[in-house]
Write a protein that binds this ligand. Structure first.
Ligand SMILES: [Cu+2]
Length: 150
């Protein structure tokens, strides 16, 4: 076969490895949301006063993933506030927020208690919408933020 045909064959072979591109190491890339009540200041969002997470409003695309990384020196959660468009005045959480649950952003989920330095499970951004969440321990601090999925 001619050299140009051979090169084309090699390129096609290399590009049809299952059809799925994965990052080096085979892991799933996810957008990280920083969890840190000590360093992330309060700010105003469309849902009310946010704080403790950065960004205060995370914009993501449907089909991608998010995860939470606790860069603080003590424990937090990131827990979904279901069926709300503004932050409730009082804590909306029950003790179940301390256990990890959920893998889809549009359903009930919680990172569970994230120790200092810990990362959460990944959450699939499965549906467009505005999602509020907060910390079980420090909701009133305030420690709460927003994910907007497009
Ligand atoms: Cu907290």
């Amino acid at each position: 076969m001619k050299a140009s045909t051979c090169i084309l064959f090699l390129l096609l072979t290399a590009c049809t490895n299952g059809g799925v591109l994965t990052p080096p190491g085979g892991g799933t890339s996810a957008q990280a949301i920083d969890v840190n009540l000590t360093l992330n200041p309060s700010s105003q969002t469309s849902a009310g006063t946010s704080g403790g997470y950065a960004p205060a409003v995370t914009n993501v695309s449907v089909g991608t993933m998010v995860r939470f990384v606790n860069s603080d020196g003590f424990a937090h959660t990131a827990t979904a506030i279901s069926a709300a468009t503004t932050f409730p005045a009082g804590s909306p959480f029950s003790a179940s927020a301390q256990a990890q649950s959920g893998h889809s952003l549009s359903q009930n989920w919680s990172t569970g208690t994230l120790a200092a330095g810990a990362s959460s499970q990944t959450l699939l951004v499965d549906k467009a919408g505005t999602y509020l969440f907060g910390c079980f321990f420090h909701y009133g601090a305030p420690m709460r933020a927003v994910i907007v999925a497009h």
